[in-house]
Design a binder for this molecule. Structure first.
Ligand SMILES: [Zn+2]
Length: 448
């Protein structure tokens, strides 16, 4: 949990102060009036006791009922006690902190609220609990667009805390792809043991094993301090538990193994001998540690256009599509789209999938992308990657709804990236004018 979600005053601080005169009822702005009723806690007829501290927050049943089927059932459904429904109520919500609930109320009262890396998962939890579809979508879009190496661990921990499994998977994909940066952040040391294990056991971390070891050691040292233990190799070994055996010691550079491990007691003598033996005889089966290379260690971004047109491309006539072949088997992880050519923030609804030669969907994604006008292109990552084989034709199909976007020009029939040749051909599924030479779908994101 972030510190801000535990700050009971944060709700008040975050709620925008409204510049409304005393005769506020005469102002012709329903949203402002609603917000003011909430901000001043005026004529509230329901109260919530939030978080473990039971911080009291008032609201208005009328607004809640009009914006959430769950509140509707709670206050007007067949199971609701009619006596209680007309009286003022105190409803205990120990699972929702005041900050997240304040943001939920802002949304219910005004149709907008600030979503940040600190509040997104608690807010998503609250939005799901009260079935507020618009806010759920806003939270999902935020995570998909703002998740980066710096906030990945914090968001992963929040997603774990609120049991948001789909988000945990999405965050793990970002962590795998940006492992080098993620493992260097301080937030790694604040992960719970389960989340650390999830990361360390991943086959797809794109980083050197030295950084995995270093992150695990820093985490174990922090864990010793959290438990009031002295920081020693022996205690770090105990803190790491089974996670120690997920560090792929045989993949370390021998010189680093000697420097970092041999003279210490993080590993037992028997374990050290086991690893040293594998340095000497590479094919030797080990006893303790996994020595499989972490796969997908090379990230490939292939761009098919040589330039970008400044004209607005209309995606409304249907799907964009492009067919491709690869010269070597790769995993397709996602694709690149152009942003909108208008200034300011705009949301694009994006639906994409890869078809195999029999037109069977191999992987897909449905998401919204908030374009800022500052970046030309944005990555969209499939929910799961798809293995594509050399010499076989696949097709990327993408629907984009929203403002007009930039478009590429000078498209190449073949592009080389990381020793893989991508060959592009026109697809009849393309209904927008996207072709090999111009249009949308500027690139693919793959891994080996
Ligand atoms: Zn966790």
């Amino acid at each position: 949990m972030s510190k801000s979600t535990q700050n009971n005053d944060a709700t008040e601080q975050k709620r925008p102060k409204l510049d409304i005169p005393d005769d506020w009822q005469s102002i012709d702005d329903v949203i402002k009036s609603n917000q003011l009723m909430l901000e001043r806690q005026y004529a509230c007829d329901v109260f919530f006791l939030l978080g473990e501290q039971g911080v009291r927050q008032g609201a208005h049943k009328y607004v809640l009922i009009s914006r959430s089927t769950v509140f509707d059932s709670m206050f007007c459904g067949p199971l609701c006690d009619s006596e209680a429904s007309v009286a003022s109520l105190d409803i205990a919500l120990p699972d929702i902190e005041p900050d997240a609930f304040g943001s939920l109320l802002n949304y219910l009262y005004s149709g907008s609220t600030d979503v940040t890396a600190d509040n997104v998962i608690p807010l998503l939890y609250a939005a799901k609990k009260y079935a507020v579809a618009g806010l759920i979508n806003k939270c999902i879009a935020f995570v998909e667009n703002h998740l980066d190496a710096q906030n990945a661990c914090a968001v992963m921990e929040q997603a774990h805390f609120f049991d948001e499994r789909d988000f945990q998977k999405k965050v793990l994909v970002v962590i795998q792809r940006k492992a080098e940066e993620v493992l260097a952040t301080d937030d790694v040391t604040n992960l719970c043991e389960e989340c650390l294990t999830t990361i360390v056991q991943s086959d797809q971390l794109m980083t050197k094993e030295e950084l995995v070891l270093s992150a695990c050691k820093r985490w174990a040292e922090s864990e010793c301090q959290r438990r009031g233990l002295c920081v020693s190799d022996e205690n770090c070994r105990i803190m790491l538990g089974n996670t120690l055996y997920m560090i792929r010691f045989p993949l370390l550079e021998p010189s680093i193994f000697v420097k970092e491990i041999v003279s210490g007691s993080l590993l037992s003598e028997e374990e050290k001998v086991d690893v040293m033996g594998r340095y000497i005889v590479a094919s030797r089966e080990g006893t303790f540690f996994n020595s499989n290379l972490r796969t997908k260690q090379r990230h490939i971004r292939v761009h098919r256009f040589q330039g970008k047109k400044e004209y607005a491309f209309n995606n409304r006539s249907g799907s964009n599509a492009i067919s491709f072949e690869v010269s070597k088997d790769v995993y397709v992880e996602g694709f690149i789209i152009f942003g909108t050519c208008r200034t300011g923030e705009h949301e694009l609804e994006v639906k994409g999938f890869i078809l195999d030669p029999a037109d069977k969907v191999m992987c897909s994604v449905e998401t919204s992308v908030v374009t800022s006008g500052k970046k030309d292109s944005y990555d969209v990552i499939f929910d799961e990657s798809a293995r594509v084989h050399q010499g076989t034709m696949y097709t990327l199909v993408v629907d984009i709804k929203g403002s007009h976007t930039f478009a590429g020009e000078g498209g190449r029939m073949a592009a080389l990236s990381n020793d893989v040749i991508f060959t592009f051909t026109h697809s009849e599924k393309s209904l927008t004018g996207t072709t090999v030479s111009h249009g949308q779908l500027p690139g693919l994101i793959c891994s080996l």
